[in-house]
Every structure is written in structure tokens, then in C-alpha cells.
Design a protein around this ligand. Structure first.
Ligand SMILES: [Zn+2]
Length: 408
């Protein structure tokens, strides 16, 4: 493969070019970089705080800690999370930033993403303390949209959604989504349960909307998502961790535009899109009681080309195609956990055996970011030290989560 100025130029045998850096990928699996359609990188340093008890419940603790994040904490956490994500073979992430408390917080997240080298869509979201009747800062949104139209980090809108029986939130959402659309920004929204129906009824769905989870959606609701041309992001690891239910792929097949996501390294446990592929495949076979219910290639596509298509970026990324940006990874099947596998079906090998530890090389936009299993030009110990310092200070400022019966 020949890459020039960040773009794939040619793929074939016996290619020759003068004055190029050569990367010998003999014995390795060359594949498109993984595309993560949903993440929350700002929260990455909080990994280890969610411990499956009432006091460490994800949504409770996220809100409790979130209000104590300074812009510096956002930068440190986002950078730490982006590094792990990149090192794990993900070359593009959609970062739903739902703790945007000031313009400085937005700048911090953007700076961290750019510094990491990952390709990202940063979603301008509300924080948990913003009342339902209050909009995000629409003037600021417009200003940021103007300067983040192109390049490695672009902007989207992270909509709070319709809520249940929350008319003020819905009315406000109409204003926000209209503003985002006027700016040409793609929109992303969490949904599930009764909110799926309310989302359909809102009339706000469209081709520019990505729905995250949609757990429990009825066939009618899924048909409405499809009719609207909206995309769906499935995050099997976190969906099952927080008890939304089983992520059964065939339930969602009809939506058409589908992609996989990590949904926060902290809640997911790690930035492991391979684990999401494997869980999705296993849950499908288990639910359908058939080993052959799943084609490994289809699962891999949901983390590459189909993921790219679901977020409207398949003209640039998601496959090894001349003309596309050079976002590539090399997976080394020489390690104990992948060795001796047949080379006839690399899809099954990647889906059932690979882990982030097998990612030898990561290239984003033609720039080598990881080689020989190590991130290049990155002080990883310092990034981890900064993340530890940040979360410890946040925990101290926040204090413990109030007991569930406090104030009664
Ligand atoms: Zn999420």
C-alpha cells in the first residue's frame, strides 16, 4: 500500500515509490483503523470509581463528580482516554462531551483530542446540572462550529433528548436541534425504553441524527428510525454492564445504519472495541441458539466501514480504499492468544481472538502513532500520573455521594 500526504494512493503487489518510509507488515493483519461511534472521553480518569453499588452507580456518580471538573480536569481526562483508545486500534472516535460547563471546558477537550492524534468528532453537549428549560450556549456553539468544520477534530451536537414527560426539555431541544441543523452539525442523542417512542413522536429524527442504544425499541420504533434515515450506535459492553438488557444484533438489523461504540472507557472498563465485537457476536449466537447466526466479517464491518457509514464519514475512512484517508492498523497474530489460527478467515480471528494488546501499529491520517506496540512521542507515565492527580482532587472536592436516604 502506498500512502501519500495522509491518503491511501495505491494498493497492490510490487508497488515502488522513491523517498518513502517503509513499514514491513509481513505476517501481520493490515486492516482499517477501528471506528468508535460513541464515547465519553472526559470521564476516562474516573475508571475504578464505578463499582456496581448504589453509592457508585454510574449515573449517580457521573453527576456527583461531573460538577467538580475544571477545564484542566477535562483536558487531562480526555487526553488519557484518547491515548488508550488510540493505542487500542481506534483511529476515529465520536466523543459525546456531556460535561461542557464553560467555553474553557470545550477548548480543553478539543486541545486534548488534537494533541493525542486521534481523529474525532467532538459533540457539544449539556452538563447534568443544566435545567431542562435552559439551552446550551447557542452563540458559543455557533462560534465553535465555525472553526471546527474540517480537519482531525470536527464538531457535532450532543442533544440531551426528549426525556420522559418533560415538555420543557423537549421544547428546548427543538430550539437546540434547529440551531445545530442551521449550522450543519450532525446530532447525536441517547435513547432507550419509553424515550424511544417520545423520540419518534418529537418529529426531530432525520438522516443527520445518530441514536445511541435505543434499548428496548419496538419494531415500530425501529421502523420509524429507519424511515427517518437515522443511524444507531450500539455499545454492547456498557449496555449490558448497566443492565439495559442484552444487545442482540438481529433486533436492530433493520435500522440500516449501524455502528459499534465504546461508550466511555471508564464505564466500559477499557477502550476495547474488540471486546464489543466479541460480545456482540456471542450474544447473537447465544440468543439465536446458533453458532452460525453470526458472520464474523459482518461484526468487523460494524466496527469499521459500517461504523463510518453510520456517522457519515465513509467517504473518508473505514476501509482500505485508494482515495481515503490513511487510517490503518496492524494486528500482530504472533502472540500466544492469536497464534496458530488459520489465515483463511482473518475476520473470525480478529473478532474472537484479538485484543488491544495485539495492535502493533496505529496510523492516523498517514501519521504513525503507535509502532511495535508502543505509542510514539507520548509520555504515557506522565499522562497516567496527571489523570490520577486529577481524579483524586475531584474526589476530594466532591466528597462522598450522599446516602440514598439523606434528607428524608
Ligand atoms: Zn453514552
Amino acid at each position: 500500500m502506498l500512502v501519500r500526504e495522509g491518503r491511501i494512493v495505491e494498493v497492490g503487489r510490487g508497488l515502488e515509490a522513491a523517498g518513502v518510509e517503509r513499514i514491513d507488515a509481513a505476517g501481520m493483519i493490515l486492516m482499517p483503523g477501528l471506528v468508535d461511534t460513541h464515547n465519553h472521553l472526559w470521564l476516562s480518569a474516573a475508571r475504578g470509581q464505578f463499582r456496581n453499588t448504589a453509592r457508585t452507580d454510574y449515573f449517580v456518580l457521573k453527576k456527583h463528580l461531573g460538577r467538580h471538573y475544571t477545564a484542566r480536569d477535562i483536558e487531562v481526562g480526555t487526553y488519557f482516554g484518547a491515548l488508550e483508545t488510540l493505542a487500542s486500534g481506534v483511529t476515529t472516535t465520536v466523543d459525546f462531551f456531556h460535561n461542557l460547563r464553560s467555553p474553557a471546558h470545550l477548548d480543553a477537550a478539543e486541545r486534548a483530542l488534537r494533541r493525542s492524534g486521534i481523529r474525532a468528532r467532538l459533540l457539544y453537549g449539556a452538563h447534568d446540572d443544566l435545567p431542562g428549560h435552559e439551552s446550551v450556549d447557542l452563540e458559543h456553539l455557533a462560534a465553535v462550529a465555525g472553526r471546527m468544520r474540517q480537519g482531525m477534530v470536527t464538531l457535532g451536537f450532543g442533544w440531551r433528548g426528549v426525556g420522559e414527560g418533560a415538555p420543557a426539555l423537549l421544547e428546548n431541544g427543538r430550539r437546540e436541534v434547529a440551531a445545530a441543523r442551521a449550522l450543519g452539525l450532525p446530532v447525536s442523542v441517547h435513547s432507550g425504553g419509553k424515550r424511544n417512542g417520545a423520540l419518534v413522536a418529537s418529529g426531530l429524527l432525520g438522516k443527520d441524527v445518530q441514536i445511541v442504544h435505543a434499548t428496548g425499541a419496538t419494531p415500530g420504533e425501529l421502523a420509524a428510525f429507519r424511515a427517518a434515515g437515522s443511524a444507531l450506535s450500539l455499545t454492547p459492553v456498557t449496555e449490558q454492564r448497566v443492565g439495559y438488557g442484552l444487545t442482540v444484533l438481529s433486533d436492530y438489523q433493520d435500522v440500516g445504519r449501524l455502528g459499534l461504540g465504546i461508550d466511555g472507557t471508564a464505564l466500559a472498563g477499557s477502550a476495547d472495541l474488540f471486546a464489543n465485537m466479541r460480545l456482540l457476536a456471542l450474544t447473537e449466537s447465544g440468543a439465536r441458539k446458533a453458532e452460525t447466526a453470526v458472520a464474523p466479517r459482518r461484526i468487523l464491518e460494524l466496527a469499521t466501514i459500517e461504523a463510518a457509514r453510520s456517522i457519515g464519514m465513509d467517504d473518508q475512512i473505514g476501509s482500505i480504499t485508494p482515495g481515503k484517508r490513511a487510517d490503518l492498523i496492524l494486528v500482530d497474530p504472533g502472540a500466544l492468544n492469536m497464534a496458530l489460527s488459520s489465515e483463511d478467515d482473518p475476520y473470525a480471528l480478529v473478532v474472537y481472538s484479538a485484543t488491544p494488546a495485539n495492535v502493533d501499529t496505529v496510523i492516523v491520517d498517514g501519521v504513525v502513532r503507535k509502532r511495535g506496540g508502543r505509542l510514539l512521542g507520548v509520555d504515557v507515565p506522565q499522562a497516567m500520573k496527571d489523570a490520577r492527580g486529577s481524579i483524586e482532587a475531584i474526589m476530594e472536592r466532591a466528597g462522598p455521594v450522599p446516602a440514598p436516604n439523606a434528607g428524608k
